[in-house]
Design a protein around this ligand. Structure first.
Ligand SMILES: Cc1cc2nc3c(=O)[nH]c(=O)nc-3n(C[C@H](O)[C@H](O)[C@H](O)COP(=O)(O)OP(=O)(O)OC[C@H]3O[C@@H](n4cnc5c(N)ncnc54)[C@H](O)[C@@H]3O)c2cc1C
Length: 428
């Protein structure tokens, strides 16, 4: 859409190998348990694309790129010329090298086609093993436990959400999973999956096994660089781009989960969307530049909401960390030696997090005396400014939690997709 807004006369073709119109990947966890139906996954902008003269070709793969002649070749062998090509090929789920990984009953969950397969298999499954205790693994585990399934998480590291939580919050989160009846096996590397009649046996390194009805692989993702690599575009872990989202091949840019900017990859919606807007705006000339964004994780669980911003597990010399635990709630803030906020973890008690996130994004310093007094309530209060009505006026909005886009002067009171309040909407 950003390319269309910036270049009203450009001919734009969108190739998407999935047969479904643009849908909300984030809601797939709710889809597999039947909480959301397929109709609720599709974004309204799929129709808008057509209205805006964008030729959206759902179900049409691009098989190769010929940068020399400036064309892409689709699966049926047709050649399509381009002046400018933007790669947004996303990511592919990591399939760990485990013996028996191709057995019946083993699934990934990344695309709608995956999710339909998982949803159908869940009808007859009571016991589910999840391999991977990261964000997607624990979120899916909670969804399945809430739907009455017996869930076991296998995590190779010694804590859940090892990349995002510190020791205390990870322990508290593990406790919450146990209360939900989810068996979390830490420091447990799965070695083999064996078929036992209708069941699957998950065998881990110490030789012990667990029989389950299905296995979900949630061991991370990696940028989908296949198309770019085959065209000779420079790739590291992802497709390497500069701050204008340009690759090393003239006329070709990349954005979203497939791209690697400043050495960083991202597997989240908001950075992908922001990069897409920049790549679109820069289609024919460099008009916008990417700035580095802190990582923001939001687990959408009413019983145990979690926000993480920045990289709380990455400690640098001189950092000041303050934390506060009370009952089920935990908050931790990290500052540099100039009292600029760098990261935050808010578990269960998430009030004020939106303002904290803005403070981290802008690298703003907070009052030194509040940090030295370890006064987290005071810090949250000092950075919180109640939004006035005028702050809300714009013509397009996007939910920062689920990516739902909304047109109008004001955001909706409640997001119809993920149910967060209007303060969670960003100007589109
Ligand atoms: C179950 C699940 C839950 C998630 N939850 C969250 C969350 O809570 N918060 C969050 O921020 N993020 C979440 N994410 C991640 C988020 O969905 C992604 O970051 C986002 O979709 C990335 O957008 P993208 O456009 O870069 O890639 P994608 O959405 O992956 O789109 C890339 C598309 O390109 C297509 N494609 C690839 N190669 C070709 C080709 N050669 N020809 C044609 N088409 C091709 C792919 O099939 C794919 O449809 C979740 C992801 C999943 C799977």
């Amino acid at each position: 859409m950003s390319a269309r807004n910036e270049y009203p006369d450009a001919g734009i073709t969108l190739f998407a190998c999935e047969p479904y119109p643009f849908y909300n990947r984030i809601a797939l966890c709710a889809f597999i348990t039947g909480k959301k139906q397929q109709d609720h996954l599709h974004f309204h902008c799929a129709d808008r694309l057509r209205g805006d003269g964008i030729d959206a070709r759902w179900g049409e793969d691009v098989e190769s790129i010929d940068p020399g002649s400036g064309s892409v070749i689709s699966k049926d062998g047709r050649r399509w010329g381009y002046d400018r090509l933007i790669l947004a090929t996303g990511a592919v789920p990591t399939v760990p090298a485990i013996e028996g990984i191709d057995n019946r009953g083993v699934f990934t969950l990344w695309s709608l086609a995956d999710a339909i397969g998982v949803r159908d298999a869940l009808v007859d499954a009571q016991t589910v093993a999840i391999i991977g205790g990261g964000v997607l693994g624990v979120e899916t585990a909670v969804e399945l436990a809430n739907a009455g399934k017996k869930v076991t998480i296998f995590e190779a590291g010694d804590s859940v959400l090892p990349l995002h939580l510190d020791r205390i919050s990870s322990g508290m989160f593990g406790e919450f999973l146990r209360e939900k009846g989810i068996d979390t096996r830490l420091s447990t590397l799965v070695e083999r999956l064996e078929t036992r009649g209708a069941a699957l046996r998950v065998i881990h390194r110490d030789g012990a096994g667990l029989d389950v009805d299905m296995v979900l692989l949630m061991a991370g993702a990696s940028p989908d660089t296949r198309l770019a690599r085959s065209a000779g575009i420079k790739c590291g872990d992802g497709i390497i781009v500069d701050s204008h989202m340009n690759t090393d091949v003239a006329g070709i840019s990349a954005c979203g989960n497939c791209a690697q900017l400043d050495g960083e990859r991202n597997f989240l919606w908001n950075p992908a969307r922001a990069q897409g807007e920049i790549a679109g705006a820069n289609a024919f000339e460099n008009r916008r530049e990417a700035t580095s964004e802190p990582l923001v994780i939001h687990l959408k669980m009413p019983e145990m909401p979690l926000f993480v911003c920045g990289s709380p597990t990455f400690e640098e010399r001189g950092d000041i960390v303050i934390d506060d635990r009370s009952g089920r709630a935990y908050r931790a803030l990290r500052f540099d030696d100039r009292y600029r906020m760098k990261s935050a973890i808010f578990l269960f008690e998430t009030d004020g997090f939106y303002e904290i996130e803005k403070t981290i994004r802008r690298a703003l310093p907070v009052q030194k005396d509040l940090v030295e007094a370890r006064d987290i309530d005071g810090i949250v209060e000092s950075v919180s400014v109640p939004p006035g009505d005028d702050d809300y006026r714009s013509s397009g909005w996007v939910c920062r939690m689920c990516g739902y886009s909304h047109e109008g002067d004001y955001p909706p009171e409640i997001c119809p997709v993920c149910s967060v309040g209007k303060d969670q909407f960003l100007v589109a």
